[in-house]
Design a binder for this molecule. Structure first.
Ligand code: CA
Length: 232
């Protein structure tokens, strides 16, 4: 059974989330602060953590950064709960390593859909890692061979520069996941000192390269946050 840890200091929200998730067949344990969450994590490893950004003893975000640094917990999926309208908070949550974020107040159905999407994505990533000796990533009609630096859509080769290939490879390996510009700079340029507009320029070129193919709508802009691969 899928086991969730919900870290939220506001009791009504914690109870609502627990109720909704249990109704969906998840097993849930609640924690009111980071201290309780650490104890719960030690007692039993969850499949996913729902983490409020503002907690009484410590910020959820700084705890998330610790989780991502620890090899034991680095691959544990985390969905951050953030306050409405704080675009910068969402970018920071993603930069800190959150797999997704959800803005409060949220519809229970949306929360459950996000949880399922993150769990599904993690399952896909695991399956992909197991086949990684082939160095091949598939995403709908797109096939990428990393060892040969080749990409094709429905069997037709697509011409890409090195940066565009690496961008597309990153998106195709993580369907559904939102990447901020800063994350893309770090992953593809391996530098945070490059202007973020550089990312937009390369995304534009990547979209041009895919235009007219079955993968032309593969990458979508997430306003104010970054980009994501739709997953076809
Ligand atoms: Ca809170």
């Amino acid at each position: 059974m899928t086991f969730l840890l919900i870290v939220e200091d506001e009791l009504p929200i914690r109870e609502l989330v627990s109720f909704v998730c249990e109704r969906e067949g998840f097993e849930v344990v609640g924690a009111a602060d980071v201290g309780e969450a650490c104890a719960a994590l030690k007692a039993r490893r969850p499949d996913l953590i729902l983490l409020d950004r503002m907690l009484p003893d410590r910020s959820g975000q700084s705890w998330l950064e610790d989780l991502k640094k620890d090899p034991e917990t680095a691959d544990l999926p985390v969905i951050m709960l953030t306050a409405r309208g704080e675009e910068r908070d969402r970018v920071e949550a993603l930069d800190a390593g959150a797999d997704d974020y959800i803005v409060k107040p949220f519809f229970p159905r949306e929360l459950v859909a996000r949880i399922r999407a993150v769990l599904r994505r993690q399952g896909q990533e695991k399956a992909r890692v197991e086949r990684s000796d082939e160095n091949i990533v598939r995403c709908g009609p797109l096939v990428m061979n990393e060892a040969r630096f080749e990409a094709s859509v429905d069997g037709v080769p697509v011409k890409l520069s090195g940066k565009e290939f690496r961008l597309l490879h990153l998106f195709a390996s993580h369907p559904g996941r939102v990447f901020s510009r800063a994350q893309l700079l770090e992953a593809v340029w391996e530098s945070v000192y490059v202007d973020e507009r550089t990312v937009d320029v390369h995304m534009l070129r990547l979209r041009k390269a895919l235009a007219g193919t079955a993968a032309e709508d593969l990458i979508e802009t997430v306003r104010g946050v970054g980009y994501r691969c739709r997953g076809l």
